[in-house]
Design a protein around this ligand. Structure first.
Ligand code: ADP
Ligand code: MG
Length: 708
């Protein structure tokens, strides 16, 4: 045993017996959704007529008939008891960005006897004390009550722990006065708005009455490190990211981790994760190693957006919980390690109408016309509101990623790919082909040349990329809820579609196609400045984007400002997504969260530098000076030793000075604190490579990222 717990952690991890390949037992997927109160379960536990009514509420998003609430509650309780649950909770998503739950047992005492009870009211509303959730002034503590209201469109599910289980009811969370205190409420409002606009647009193309679904498939990136390292890193424990640490010689330069063979210990974790997710009805589909060492990704099959958002929240929670079971810790922070890639969350977004995906070009002129109109609506929306879209990705963690040449820049632009770009070009030039390959096209009359899907997927630097049959928004951070970004996409696209519909509605049938062509031409001319197919990481793009007057909002405080812009407030108000007070409250909440996080990081950086690093480097300096002393006494001269000692002494001195600067910075604003942290890091990292490896207290990058 060494007296350095970091060194001991390495030898303990070395003793872990990694799982060896075994024989899989027969898999049938028959446990898929076994912990979900879905349609199949409802049919088992509810009379047919009530089932039909409830199903209607779910698919048509109509208000729940209060008369059936008691029956539904009874059925849900019976099912939950059969599955071993003792408690229920209204599961909601406050503005902290995570999920919240307060458990109540089914226990009630009736005439001295314990019974299991769960009423219709228990199901429909909850009244948790809301005073401790961020509200940005929406609710003062004297009116602390918040209300949780059942969202029947996302099915109830059962969450298990070691010795019991809890029935979770997805809910929206609002204040006494009806203002949204959560992420789900505005999301549902935006979905409603967008669906209305889609129906209106489709009517212009003579299609009515078909089912509309907004779809989302979020890819989730995360890191896994051994828990023994984690426990020795106060920065990871408290901030989720390392505040210090030297990037090792080998990190991700060789691209040998991305899609590499998955280590047995990790695969064991992933398999268990997927089984647990499948039980919850979450269609986990893809797993792979990501670009950075110890970085991974999971992606589910896309689902209806509201459900997909709930499922992503559960995926994050399950990743965290199950990692622990494997002696690992999952890091969902956007930037746990400097110098290697951070983690994002790619929001794959589309709209389906009846059996068609509206972002699939399709193979006939009519479908192509719809596709191009929807595309034009999105181009217009993103160009007009790229600032709002950027604001939805703003967070302290994400500031480390955006624009750091590993993730899209803070400048929002759209990638279309060569083929689609040529078509757009052609429309802009009035049907005359820019190149022979594409031919000339009349919208609604000619069919598009089929778009090869692969060719559209290769620009990984774009924040908002068309990927064959959907848009992929790559700005959001790995720990953020998908809701924020989706609320904005839904709202701005709804507005854009309405604008287009209001013109289409005036076209006579015989001139519809020609007028549509002219309209799309006009839109593309006006908004094509948002399209960029080149390298988003390049310096030239930053300059070009500035010439195009595209916003470049580099930091969270800047990126949140669009929330206060009059036209943005008006847009969200008009679509019933946020009231003005709700929008301002979000600005307050997100900005103060940002400042708090930076402050926590600053305080912790000071604490680690002063209490963990300083004593160790002083010991080191002592040792070096002793050696130097001996060399002088014995007359055995080691001339370089003196230089080393001098450099170490000067860095120790600088460390003390930076600690004191940091104390001053903590009395100032976030940008002073960030500056102080950067300076502290430079000096601590310089010391890390001078101090005897056996003495260095913090697990090193080369250990955390490679030993697992
Ligand atoms: P890649 O890493 O190449 O971008 P992945 O397979 O990791 O692709 O993830 C693609 C995601 O896009 C998946 O979650 C998938 O379900 C989702 N997706 C595919 N089609 C649609 C669609 N029409 N609407 C929303 N999401 C979609
Ligand atoms: Mg992927």
């Amino acid at each position: 045993m060494s007296n350095c717990s970091r060194i001991n952690a390495v030898s303990q991890i070395a003793k872990i017996n990694n799982p060896v390949p075994g024989t899989a037992s027969e898999v049938k997927f028959d446990y898929f959704a076994e912990d979900v109160f879905n349609e199949e379960t409802m049919q088992k536990y509810l009379p047919k007529d009530i089932c039909v009514k409830l199903q209607h509420t779910v698919t048509e998003n109509t208000p729940l008939d209060p008369a059936i609430a008691a029956d539904v509650a009874r059925a849900m309780k019976e099912w939950a008891l059969d599955r071993g649950a003792t408690h229920f909770t209204h599961w909601f998503q406050p503005l902290t960005g995570s999920t919240a739950e307060k458990h109540d047992s089914f226990l009630e005492i009736k005439n001295g006897t314990a019974i299991m009870a769960f009423s219709g009211k228990n199901l429909i509303v909850g009244e948790p004390d809301a005073s401790s959730f961020p509200s940005g002034g929406l609710r003062s503590t004297f009116e602390a009550r918040g209300y949780t209201a059942w969202d029947p469109t996302s099915p109830a599910f059962i969450k298990r722990h070691a010795n019991g289980a809890t029935l979770c009811i997805p809910t929206a969370f609002c204040s006494y006065t009806g203002e949204a205190l959560d992420k789900k409420t505005p999301l549902m409002r935006s979905l409603q708005a967008l669906k209305k606009s889609v129906a209106r647009l489709m009517k212009c193309f003579n299609r009515t009455g078909e089912a509309i679904a907004i779809t989302l498939g979020p890819e989730q990136e995360y890191f896994l490190i051994d828990k023994k390292f984690y426990l020795n890193r106060p920065d990871l424990l408290q901030c989720g990211r390392t505040l210090f640490g030297v990037v090792p010689a080998k990190h991700q330069q060789l691209d040998d981790h991305y899609f590499g063979s998955i280590k047995p210990r990790i695969l064991n974790f992933m398999t268990e994760l997927e089984v647990e997710l499948w039980k919850l009805g979450i269609p986990a589909k893809t797993r792979h190693n990501e670009a950075a060492p110890a970085q991974f990704e999971i992606a589910p099959i896309f689902e209806e957006l509201n459900l997909a958002v709930d499922h992503n929240m559960l995926i994050m929670e399950m990743i965290r919980q199950l990692a622990e079971r494997h002696g690992l810790v999952a890091l969902l922070h956007e930037k746990p390690f400097a110098g290697v890639n951070g983690s994002g969350k790619h929001n794959n977004w589309s709209i389906s109408y009846g059996n068609d995906n509206l972002l699939d070009p399709g193979d006939n002129p009519h479908q192509n016309a719809i596709f191009l109109t929807v595309l034009a609506a999105i181009i217009r929306a993103v160009d007009m509101h790229s600032d709002l879209l950027r604001s939805a990705t703003a967070s302290a963690g994400n500031d480390h990623r955006l624009g750091a040449n590993e993730a899209p820049p803070a400048i929002i632009s759209i990638f279309l790919g060569d083929q689609l770009n040529e078509i757009i070009d052609q429309i802009e030039k009035g049907g005359k082909s820019a190149s022979k390959k594409a031919g000339s096209m009349k919208i609604g009359v000619d069919a598009l040349v089929p778009l090869p899907k692969d060719a559209t997927d290769r620009n990984r630097t774009s924040p908002f990329a068309f990927t064959g049959n959907k848009f992929e928004f790559r700005g959001p951070g790995s720990s953020q809820s998908c809701a924020g970004a989706c609320v904005i996409i839904n709202t701005i696209v709804a507005e854009s579609m309405d604008k287009i519909s209001s013109e289409l509605e005036t076209f006579a049938p015989e001139e519809f196609n020609t007028k549509l062509q002219t309209l799309l031409q006009k839109i593309i001319k006006k908004h094509k400045k948002i399209i960029f197919n080149g390298d988003n990481y390049s310096r030239e793009w930053e300059e070009e984007a500035a010439r195009r007057k595209l916003p470049n909002l580099r930091t969270t405080p800047e990126a949140l400002k669009p929330l206060l812009k009059k036209e943005n407030i008006e847009l969200c108000r008009k679509y019933g997504v946020f009231s003005e007070t709700e929008m301002r409250s979000r600005y307050e909440v997100f900005l103060s969260e940002y400042n708090r996080r930076i402050r926590i990081e600053g305080e912790l950086a000071l604490e680690i530098a002063g209490n963990v690093i300083l004593p160790v480097v002083q010991e080191e300096l002592n040792a070096v000076l002793d050696t130097l002393d001996k060399s002088i006494r014995t007359g055995i001269s080691v001339p370089m030793l003196k230089d080393n000692a001098a450099k170490l002494a000067s860095d120790v001195n600088a460390l003390i000075a930076e600690c004191s600067n940091m104390e001053n910075a903590l009395a100032q604003d976030s940008s002073a604190i960030i500056d102080g942290m950067n300076k502290l890091r430079t000096i601590v990292d310089s010391l890390e490579i001078q101090v005897d490896d056996r003495r260095w207290p913090l697990p090193k990058y080369r250990e955390m990222l490679f030993i697992y």
